[in-house]
Write a protein that binds this ligand. Structure first.
Ligand code: UD1
Length: 362
């Protein structure tokens, strides 16, 4: 079996790691195509080196642009690559513009497409990720769902007969890296200098367009983070830095200590060392849950509602609605005692993906 994986943005590289690992021990051929949607070393290269992913076989060098331009350029560049490779499966990951481009290029060339992390929904049609995941699910031949909830969404849209529950590959990679970190197999995370790792601190990230692109919203969120009573390590995505600069929003103030995005193992170590997480990232919400740290998500919806059980994750659409004291109490709350179960699977999802792809050809 020959499979082409199409990736382009940071969260996809995390998911690619266990998939590439699962293919490595088989006789199957796995070809990696990177669209280049993320091009900063902090968002791309460090994930290949840090997670032991083989270098991409093809790099398309797409870069940034409006949604249409970025998706369109990836689509045009993927056509000849897939035409030359003619794989048994094209595997696309998650909800980015690269995912949608990969699915479209494949389906129009009558190549089988499998969508990893299928069936997630926010039901917020203003999110680019929501357009991408819905369109990709409906274009794909095989929907690899991470959760029971995702399976229900797919069934509700008439896609049950193409859907298989495989679990979440992020559990595979998160558990492996957690064990290495806990065994002392990683250097301490490269946190902003002013963070004392011996004292309680929070980890924060913000990068969603819905939070960064409206100047008032961005200023209000930064304000809320800066007012927290614990130091906050803000690991700033390039989109956050760019928009903050553009809108004249100062990031380095109050409780905020600004640093670069971390490689995956550094992020796991930073979360394990922290008192909690404040974020708008889907991946980080789930990592906080898997690593048993309380998370506060500055969004109105989550695609990972299982994390809300037992108050491990709390949605706060607008911190200012709560008043400073309530907001601080939520963001700095202690880890809940509720048990977490295994809603995201058993850590063997990637092997299951390889098996399901092979079985579907037989
Ligand atoms: C993208 C995905 C999002 C995912 C996120 C993870 C889409 C629509 N969004 O969002 O689902 O959660 O990746 O990070 O595909 N930039 C750089 N260097 C880079 C990449 C981006 O400076 O390496 C800057 C550019 O100013 C760019 C902006 O960040 O315009 C946004 O990048 P883009 O790829 O459009 O979206 P992300 O916000 O990273």
């Amino acid at each position: 079996m020959k499979v082409v994986s199409i990736v382009g943005a940071r969260p996809q590289l995390v998911k690619l790691a266990p998939i590439a690992g699962a293919f490595a021990g088989t006789g199957h051929q796995h070809v990696i195509v990177h669209t280049g949607q993320h091009y900063d070393a902090d968002l791309s290269d460090v994930f290949f080196t840090g997670l032991g992913i083989p270098a991409p076989d093809v790099h398309l060098g797409i870069g940034s642009g409006s949604h249409g331009a970025q998706t369109g350029q990836a689509l045009a560049a993927l056509d000849p690559v897939l035409a030359a490779e003619r794989p048994d499966w094209v595997l696309v990951y998650g909800d980015t513009n690269s995912t949608l481009a990969g699915a479209l290029s494949a389906v129009k060339q009558h190549l089988r497409v499998a969508h990893l992390e299928a069936g997630l929904r926010s039901y917020n049609r203003r999110m680019p990720e929501e357009h991408n995941r819905v369109l990709t699910d409906h274009a794909a031949d095989l929907l690899l769902a991470p959760t029971e909830e995702a399976m229900r969404h797919l069934a509700g849209e008439g896609l049950a007969d193409r859907s298989v529950l495989v679990g979440d590959v992020m559990v595979d990679v998160c558990r492996t890296v957690r064990d290495t970190v806990l065994a002392g197999g990683q250097p301490p995370p490269d946190l902003p200098e002013e963070i004392d790792r011996a004292e309680p601190y929070l980890v924060a990230t913000l990068h969603r367009a819905e939070n960064t692109d409206d100047p008032d919203r961005l200023a209000a969120l930064v304000d809320a983070l800066a007012g927290l009573p614990l130091p906050v390590a803000l690991l700033a995505h390039p989109r956050l830095r760019a928009r903050a600069e553009e809108h004249g929003v100062k990031l380095d103030r109050g409780a905020l200590r600004v640093g670069r995005p971390l490689p995956y193992a550094g992020m796991v170590a930073a979360v394990l060392g922290s008192a909690g997480v404040v974020t708008d990232s889907g991946g980080l919400q789930k990592e906080a849950y898997l690593l048993a740290r309380p998370c506060t998500t500055v969004r109105a919806q989550t695609e990972w509602p299982e994390t809300l059980d037992g108050d491990w994750n709390r949605l706060v659409p607008d911190p200012h609605d709560l008043g400073a004291a309530n907001w601080a109490a939520i963001a700095t709350r202690s880890a809940p005692t509720a048990s977490r179960g295994e809603p995201y699977g058993d850590g063997r999802a990637a092997q299951r993906v390889v098996r399901v792809l092979a079985d579907a050809l037989a």
